[in-house]
Design a protein around this ligand. Structure first.
Ligand SMILES: N[C@@H](CCC(=O)N[C@@H](CS)C(=O)NCC(=O)O)C(=O)O
Length: 220
């Protein structure tokens, strides 16, 4: 039985799920959300939002819950408690960046002034010690470096959900801040290249299943 994901036709919050399935050759189908059902049915959509995943008797919302479910089931959680906790830490750290990114895209509509402030607060290396809501690329670069110098995966010695969360958030920022990210975070950029070349991922990224539309308002 393929996994069924209910979502909109765009990359958005489901991209890490799709990357995980691609890496592990997990079959899935994506179904359009019935908007009225999503807003009124508190059983299928407990928070009135998608994505929603159905996998046998598992029927869940919240994108990071979906990521963790697939990671547990398909060997993308590392090995042992310390690695699993490290994967969780990165999933949650990436979520902090996603929060400020979504404000930049939807709240500030990617206006030039907002972009400069975002760059200065969340990307510029010297602002990692300032107030940045825990959202800064220097943190991810340092975590990667701490795992054997940063030339492999971000946790342990094999691909985990953490690599794919980091890959996708770096990918989103390379689209907007390519020069700045490339200049400041060589390990993250090299990791981005390595992960993109992995079997399953490379084929997915080249396929029509990797949608062009990134955000619902066509920004980013
Ligand atoms: N915390 C939720 C956020 C989900 C979310 O923001 N869903 C958006 C689509 S990306 C949505 O359903 N928007 C429609 C709405 O809120 O009415 C998650 O991680 O899944």
């Amino acid at each position: 039985m393929p996994l069924t994901l209910y979502y909109f036709p765009l990359r958005g919050r489901v991209e890490v799920f799709k990357l995980m399935c691609a890496a592990k050759n997990v079959e899935y189908e994506i179904k359009d959300v019935d908007y009225a059902d999503m807003k009124s049915n508190r059983v299928t959509y407990p928070f009135g939002q998608c994505p929603r995943l159905v996998d046998g008797d598992v029927d869940i919302c919240q994108s990071n819950t979906i990521i963790r479910h697939v990671a547990r089931k398909h060997g993308l959680y590392g090995s042992g408690e310390a690695e699993m906790a490290a994967v969780d830490q990165i999933i949650d750290g990436v979520e902090s960046i996603r929060g400020v990114y979504l404000k930049l895209i939807y709240g500030d509509e990617l206006k030039e002034e907002a972009k400069s402030a975002y760059q200065a607060t969340h990307i510029a290396p010297d602002s990692s010690t300032g107030r940045n809501s825990g959202a800064h690329f220097a943190f991810l670069e340092q975590l990667l470096a701490r795992n054997g110098g940063g030339s492999g995966f971000i946790v342990g010695g094999s691909l985990t959900a953490a690599d794919l969360c980091v890959w996708e958030i770096v990918d989103l920022h390379l689209r907007i801040f390519k020069e700045e990210v490339t200049a400041a975070y060589p390990l993250l950029v090299a990791h981005h290249g390595r992960i993109a070349g992995l079997p399953g991922i490379a084929e997915y990224l080249a396929s029509p299943a990797r949608l062009d539309k990134v955000n619902n308002n066509n920004l980013g």
